[in-house]
Design a binder for this molecule. Structure first.
Ligand code: CP
Length: 316
């Protein structure tokens, strides 16, 4: 009998989450989708609790959906404005977190530039810490919301035997890493696709199946070679702010963009995902991003439900 995922006390990554734990969170999130959509009333599960959000990198979806999720559960939210906070005077991440904990908050959501930042804080605090993206390392709630959007889009609880391509700037992407762990835990065979400059050979060693129910991970530098075989496709943003475009050739869109022509070659029913924000016209065409098979906005709604489940599990 596996223990409940929330016994871990924090959510720092999907690498350590078992298949059963992934499914527990996703089942709990699935039940909360009507509340996230505003179709069912908010609850008072976290009445009297306060969540702190600390974002040291920009965010629209993650930050606001954590706030929505907390409010739909009856919690209060305080938000650190990193640019006007005392971190600008040199206060460390850990000191910042300890001071906010000392104000009596009950949980902390943290995004930071340094890989491992939330792990460092979690070791020193007595309240739940939720990783909202640490450097290039992990973005676990994104991995969970992508899995929930896929479950709903494909009408399946697990992905055993399915091929899922994740395309683009893999090297910079914490979303790719969390999805590699999360989707393979649910049985998918994940294909990292993009130019060698953005999909280095070492990424192929990230996940090993080890004879378990875990799916596989492999690299493929030719998108067109896998396009007609995949069961789902996730396009990633080219993260110009991390590498200044180095390693991105002029023909990037013609070789790796999900153009209308490529989208028409996908098999019927293959959903298209993108974690956002989207560089329209670079990794995905306007018409494709807005097409009926795009799950982009469903992903956002699933994000509120997943974050409700996480907050409820860790802060109740
Ligand atoms: N997908 C994602 O993390 O988006 P934000 O950076 O806007 O939070």
């Amino acid at each position: 009998m596996s223990s409940h995922w929330s016994n871990r006390g924090h959510l720092l990554g999907l690498e350590d989450l078992s298949r059963d734990e992934m499914l527990q969170v996703l089942d709990e999130a699935q039940a909360l989708v009507p509340v996230a959509e505003g179709q069912a009333p908010s609850t008072s599960d976290l009445a009297g609790r306060t969540l702190a959000t600390l974002f040291f990198e920009n965010s629209t979806r993650t930050r606001l959906s954590f706030t929505m999720a907390a409010r739909r559960l009856g919690a209060d939210v305080i938000d650190l404005n990193a640019s006007t906070s005392s971190t600008a005077k040199g206060e460390s991440l850990l000191d910042t977190a300890l001071n906010i904990q000392a104000m009596g908050v009950d949980g902390m959501v943290m995004r930071c530039r340094a890989s491992g930042g939330p792990h460092l804080v979690a070791r020193e605090t007595r309240i739940p810490v939720i990783n909202a993206g640490d450097g290039r390392h992990e973005h676990p709630t994104q991995g969970l919301l992508d899995a929930l959007a896929l479950q709903r889009g494909l009408g399946r609880r697990t992905f055993d035997g399915l091929s899922i391509a994740i395309v683009g700037d893999i090297a910079s992407s914490r979303v790719a890493r969390s999805n590699a762990w999360g989707l393979t835990a649910l049985g998918a065979n994940v294909i990292f696709t993009g130019p060698p400059s953005l999909v280095p050979e070492a990424m192929g060693q990230l996940v090993t199946a080890n004879g378990s129910t875990r799916g596989t991970l492999r690299l493929e530098h030719d998108l067109d070679a896998v396009l007609e075989t995949v069961d789902a496709i996730m396009m990633l943003r080219v993260q110009f702010e991390r590498h200044g475009g180095e390693g991105i050739d002029e023909d990037y869109t013609s070789r790796y963009g999900l153009t209308l022509e490529r989208a028409e070659r996908l098999r019927d029913g293959v959903p298209i995902l993108h974690p956002g924000p989207v560089n329209r016209g670079i990794e995905i065409d306007h018409e494709v991003a807005d097409s009926s098979r795009s799950l982009i906005l469903d992903q956002v709604t699933c994000g509120v439900a997943v974050r409700m489940a996480i907050l409820k599990g860790l802060m109740s």
